[in-house]
Design a protein around this ligand. Structure first.
Ligand SMILES: CC(C)(COP(=O)(O)OP(=O)(O)OC[C@H]1O[C@@H](n2cnc3c(N)ncnc32)[C@H](O)[C@@H]1OP(=O)(O)O)[C@@H](O)C(=O)NCCC(=O)NCCS
Length: 174
């Protein structure tokens, strides 16, 4: 996948120099609460993550264009049975949150998916009470399509999941 630029962030494939930042971010309470990661995330998990080479799961680290530090991650999960469909996921490190990293770097990946990968339908899901991720979805132009009841199971807790999607023909809010 090519590198992408957004103005404030530079997006490139995960690399060995990202391992410490990825580990620190993925061990933080917000990640344990809202992603599938568990509190026992280790440096070895991050090392394995950066070596992942799956053509169906292209992803980018969003680096601060000034400091070069990892701000977040955006990934696509391409549908193995329908090359016009994919899902998008993201996280932003605690030290970079609430500065538009998810919105700005997410928008760059969404544009790339529609323009270069031929995606027609891009989905986004989040645990229903996760207001911040819902706000990111709306900012990226993904309207809510429905609720998947009881689809989220994490650390003994089962919750609803909200499903958003954007079509290639929908307006680009950015
Ligand atoms: C959710 C997350 C990706 C947001 O990233 P971010 O870069 O801080 O988000 P942005 O700065 O682009 O903000 C986008 C919108 O979310 C809102 N938002 C961000 N963090 C918020 C929070 N903690 N509470 C409420 N709203 C929040 C912003 O106000 C903004 O909405 P607005 O445009 O209506 O003002 C980030 O908090 C995160 O990665 N959390 C931990 C991992 C995670 O939840 N991953 C996603 C799993 S679905």
């Amino acid at each position: 996948m090519p590198d992408l630029t957004t103005g404030r962030y530079y997006l490139r494939a995960p690399a060995p120099e990202d391992v410490a930042d990825i580990t620190e971010a993925c061990q933080s309470p917000g990640f344990t609460r809202w992603t599938r990661l568990t509190p026992d995330y280790t440096l070895e998990n991050a090392q394995k993550f950066i070596k992942r080479d799956d053509p169906l799961r292209p992803s980018w680290m969003a680096l601060d264009a000034v400091t070069g530090r990892v701000g977040g991650w955006v990934g696509l999960f391409l549908d193995a049975h329908d090359d016009a469909q994919a899902e998008i996921g993201y996280w932003v490190a605690p030290w970079a949150q609430r500065r538009g990293v998810a919105t700005e770097s997410g928008a760059a990946v969404v544009r790339y998916a529609f323009a270069e990968l031929g995606i027609y339908r891009l989905q986004l899901v989040h645990a229903a009470p996760h207001a911040a991720s819902c706000a990111v979805a709306r900012r990226l132009g993904f309207p809510l399509e429905g609720v998947l009841r009881g689809a989220w199971f994490k650390l003994g807790d089962r919750q609803d999941v909200e499903l958003h999607a954007r079509l290639a023909t929908d307006p680009d809010p950015s």
